[in-house]
Design a protein around this ligand. Structure first.
Ligand code: TXA
Ligand code: MG
Length: 329
């Protein structure tokens, strides 16, 4: 795991906003206030920074993250808006509304941040500090609520320090967050669906849409639970190719997902070999996981053989996702 960091807490002013942007650019982790709750930010385009973020949350699980941007134009580089999504963005951004949309072609957000899905959650926060950091940084920032896994979302800098002090680089203290609950999440992938009730009431959304929201899925009950998957909204990336886990050797017709410096028996037979991390670094492995799976899935092999991965640190989440990908059939 990461060595303990000296977490700085600084008052929200121009200097700490500039600091935050510099730390994000260097792949670091910065907690900052939004109008809903404090978020733990990382450069959305940097897979290793995103891996570190999951690790800092503790008991890491690769739940897809929300990409925060300054406005509609920046959001359009990440996601495709249908008419409903455009209407909701115009009515409620900036504000406590997250839209789950199809990923745009060329979306620069790391595969790990979207957990390998073809959809992406996008939000434009309405808070001076969050906006200042996004503007200064100039790229999308993924930010889950800045709490340890399983804890409630933080609404003050002190909550963040109690949970994540020593695990992140900087906490920007902008006082208590005004809304106090997380953003409302709507999927616009067809008929709009409510995925998580939050700071923006359902009635306001229905007024803007001019009709009722599709049957509430309300899949996200607690903080760390995952959205339900009503067909169109797969909550896990599932490769089409069968996975064979914890292999010591490669069988004919298979491609290989390797880990570490060791060679799997028969690796020379594999049509394609990708290594999650030749050094055996779990942060690097997490950053590569979903993109390597996608590449191997596209090879049209009989199966993807996967070498064993230790289950300490991020290894637990990597193994969890691999087990789900192997079972999802
Ligand atoms: O108010 C908020 O939304 C706060 C602040 C910091 O912006 N953020 C927040 O993030 O609550 P987080 O990671 O704690 O919750 C995001 C939720 C997760 O339950 C995740 O599963 C869901 O959004 N989500 C993200 N991407 C998704 C996707 N592509 N499809 C379905 N659900 C998604
Ligand atoms: Mg959360």
């Amino acid at each position: 795991m990461t060595a303990l960091l000296a977490t700085r807490v600084s008052r929200a002013d121009a200097a700490s906003v500039a600091d935050a942007a510099r730390i994000l650019a260097g792949g670091g982790l910065v907690a900052f206030p939004t109008e809903t709750v404090y978020g733990l930010g990382a450069d959305a385009t940097n897979g290793r920074a995103v891996a570190r973020l999951y690790e800092a949350k503790g008991r890491p699980a690769f739940n897809p993250l929300i990409a925060h941007v300054v406005g509609r134009q920046a959001a359009q580089a990440l996601a495709r808006f249908d008419a409903d999504a455009a209407r909701l963005a115009a009515a409620f951004w900036p504000g406590p509304l997250t839209l789950v949309l199809p990923k745009a072609a060329g979306c620069p957000v790391a595969d790990l941040a979207t957990a390998g899905l073809d959809t992406i959650a996008v939000r434009v926060p309405d808070h001076d500090v969050a906006r200042g950091i996004l503007e200064a940084f100039g790229k999308p920032v993924v930010a889950p609520s800045a709490n340890r896994s399983g804890h409630v979302s933080p609404t003050t800098a002190e909550h963040v320090r109690a949970d994540l002090g020593g695990r992140i680089d900087l906490i920007v203290d902008g006082g208590a967050t005004p809304v106090g609950v997380e953003s409302t999440i709507i999927a616009c992938l067809g008929e709009p669906v409510l995925l998580r009730p939050g700071g923006l009431p359902r009635a306001a959304i229905e007024r803007a849409l001019g009709r009722k929201l599709g049957d509430a899925v309300t899949g996200i009950a607690g903080d760390e639970s995952e959205p339900l998957a009503p067909g169109m909204l797969a909550s896990h990336y599932a490769p089409r190719t069968r996975l064979r886990l914890n292999v010591s050797g490669v069988e004919p017709g298979e491609v290989l997902l390797a880990f570490g410096p060791a060679r799997a028996e028969g690796a020379e037979r594999a049509k394609t070999v990708l290594n999650l991390s030749t050094r055996g670094d779990l942060i690097e492995a997490a950053a590569n996981l979903f993109s390597h799976l996608r590449t191997l899935d596209a090879a049209g092999a009989r199966a993807i053989a996967v070498m064993p991965i230790p289950s300490d640190g991020l290894g637990e989440a990597i193994n969890d996702r691999l087990a789900r990908a192997a079972a999802d059939r």
